[in-house]
Ligand binder design. Structure first.
Ligand SMILES: [Zn+2]
Ligand SMILES: [Zn+2]
Length: 343
């Protein structure tokens, strides 16, 4: 039997459910979860924002899991019982379309399955998942409980460095310093970029500089980003609620890219094409990285001691903690830990 924190129907809070695990398939592993981060997308999925065909109830939340392999199917060669693994955004792909064949299984058009699918979420004690989507955590992390957020927030913010050709010395703006942004700042600094943190929370300035930002732009003081107009080679847009699109495009240097990664709140983008055309600026999207990028990201993070900064909570407080995350009251990522549960 597997236990997990699930939403049984739209609009309801999460509650602990118990269900019979499906038999372990030859290409699957079973992972005993230590801890799971909470991502804004979990809150959306549990609220029922995504189409119900994609996310049938009950939904067990969580896609930033970390834990040890406890069982292994006979086709899984890379992992062993006892391996510490991370579980993230993706759960399946076709392994044969053009994208999968080119190492971009995060873009698989045919069979890509993402988080929050039925009973596969990491707000649980065990998860059974294709071995292909369980990533061995390299040595170098002191606290395994806080590694989980690398699997979504980390993979999402690392991907553009690989996929959008960000180079050392580039001026990189990170918009929104929260669960995603605090990792983007660390990746950009260690990648060798000049890092501009664009934040509305002036109380975070000192801690943002400690993460590696060279400049902190207070967007309350300078909402139009006039002090950095035409400066940045990239703006990595990690903040869901950010809306001042004109200012973000205006902050880009010629040929600069505005990379949308945090869910921007479902609003359309009101940009005059001339603002893009005359200096060849680009607005583009970036999804969480492929399996190959996940391996690279974990190795890069372990090497450079890039770790999520987390507040830990017991799983049984999941509903309260999700509300805190939604109200932007957690620095910088909330992690649910089985070790904190009262016996
Ligand atoms: Zn996520
Ligand atoms: Zn595919």
């Amino acid at each position: 039997m597997i236990k997990g924190w699930a939403v049984k129907e739209k609009g309801k809070p999460l509650e602990l459910i118990e269900f019979q695990a499906q038999p372990l398939q030859d290409d699957e592993v079973e992972v005993k979860i230590l801890a799971s981060g909470i991502c804004a997308s979990d809150i959306d999925a549990c609220k029922g924002v995504y189409p119900v065909e994609m996310y049938p109830y009950p939904i067990i939340g969580g896609h930033e899991g970390v834990g040890h392999v406890t069982q292994i199917g006979k086709l899984v060669k890379r992992l062993k019982v006892g391996t510490l693994v991370g579980l993230g955004v993706y759960r399946d792909c076709c392994n044969s379309c053009t994208y999968c064949s080119n190492g971009k299984n995060n873009l698989c058009g045919d069979k890509r399955l993402m988080f929050a699918l039925g009973q596969k979420g990491t707000f649980s004690d065990y998860v059974r998942i294709k071995g292909q989507f369980a990533f061995a955590i390299p040595d170098g992390f002191d606290d395994p409980e806080i590694v989980g957020p690398l699997m979504c927030a980390g993979l999402t913010t690392f991907a553009p460095f690989k996929n959008h050709n960000i180079k050392p010395g580039d001026k990189v703006g990170v918009l929104g310093i929260g669960g995603l942004g605090h990792l983007a700042v660390q990746f950009a600094a260690k990648w060798g970029c000049e890092v501009y943190a664009l934040s509305s929370s002036s109380d975070k300035t000192e801690s943002i500089k400690k993460l590696g930002a060279h400049h902190v732009v207070d967007m309350k003081q300078d909402p139009e980003l006039k002090t950095i107009a035409n400066t940045l080679n990239y703006v990595l847009m990690t903040a869901g609620g950010a809306t001042n699109w004109k200012a973000f495009v205006n902050a880009l240097a010629a040929e600069g890219k505005l990379v949308v990664m945090g869910n921007p709140g479902y609003a359309d983008i009101p940009i005059n094409p001339l603002a893009l055309l005359l200096q060849q600026k680009t607005i583009c999207g970036s999804a969480a990285g492929s399996s190959g990028v996940a391996v690279d990201m974990l190795r890069f993070a372990a090497l450079h001691k890039i770790v999520p900064q987390c507040e830990k909570f017991p799983f049984s407080e999941v509903n309260e903690v999700m509300a805190k995350v939604k109200d932007n009251k957690v620095r910088y990522r909330a992690v649910l830990c089985h070790s904190l549960e009262k016996k």
